[in-house]
Write a protein that binds this ligand. Structure first.
Ligand code: GLN
Length: 233
């Protein structure tokens, strides 16, 4: 019989930096759409958690290794990942865009990437998409664990383009990152979901979904998105 006084406790990993979904405030506290959402859901469902931020790729592996119970990291639900993860209800629409230096006047489309080096974030949907078109467009790839470092590689000229999720790229540009998006269309579209290792953590996943439903119904979810994205969210 469950003891009502002891709340379930989970270990959740997130990306060390993926604004506006997760990033550190000036005092070092993790905030962002994912973080505020998790906090609100935990409160509604009566569970507690320890947050373990790390690179996205390390987080994916930590879930699979059973070192953490779940991952909330702007993670795209893909068919490939569904073979090793169970996902929550989808909560935010995404897709991959290509960004170049704001100063670059030479790269206008994917064709202009021929023979050049692009910056990719290890283990991401953006990297998977880039790899799927790499032969066709004839570019080289260099890998980073962190979105910021990937952006800097393009800004400093170590790479000509980065492949990143649209909401994250738009937010970074709005915050002053000196990049611009060249792709007209979003590729590899999908939705973000909270992930757990396939076949495990049924109670956590159930709580997450139940809490998510509640914060959507009572307006908390919209309030959180608006807090970070304003009317453009
Ligand atoms: N949405 C992308 C993915 O799931 C990137 C996630 C991230 O970098 N935190 O692969």
């Amino acid at each position: 019989q469950a003891n009502a006084a002891s709340k379930p406790h989970y270990t959740i990993t997130t990306d060390s930096t993926y604004p506006p979904f997760e990033f550190q405030s000036k005092n070092g506290k993790y905030i962002g759409i994912d973080m505020d959402m998790l906090k609100a859901i935990a409160k509604k469902e009566g569970f507690t958690y320890t947050l373990k931020p790390m690179s996205f790729n390390a987080g994916v592996q930590a879930v699979q290794a059973g070192q953490v119970d779940g991952i909330l990291a702007g993670m795209t639900i893909t068919d490939e990942r569904k073979q090793t993860f169970d996902f929550s209800e989808p909560y935010y629409k995404t897709g991959v865009v290509v960004a170049i230096s704001a100063k670059d006047k030479t790269v206008k489309s994917l064709k202009d990437l021929k023979g050049k080096t692009v910056a990719l974030k290890t283990g991401t949907a953006g990297a998977t998409y880039a790899e799927s078109i790499q032969k066709k467009y004839g570019f080289k790839a260099t890998y980073y664990n962190d979105s910021n470092i990937m952006y800097n590689a393009v800004i400093t000229g170590n790479a000509v383009a980065a492949f990143e999720d649209q909401p994250v790229m738009l937010y970074a540009i709005k915050q002053g990152t000196a990049l611009k998006i060249i792709s007209k269309q979003v590729a590899n579209g999908g939705w973000y979901g909270f992930g757990v290792k396939k076949g495990s953590q049924a109670a956590l996943l159930k709580s997450f979904n139940a809490g998510y439903k509640k914060i959507v119904a009572d307006g908390t979810y919209d309030k959180i998105v608006n807090k970070y994205l304003g009317d453009t969210g």
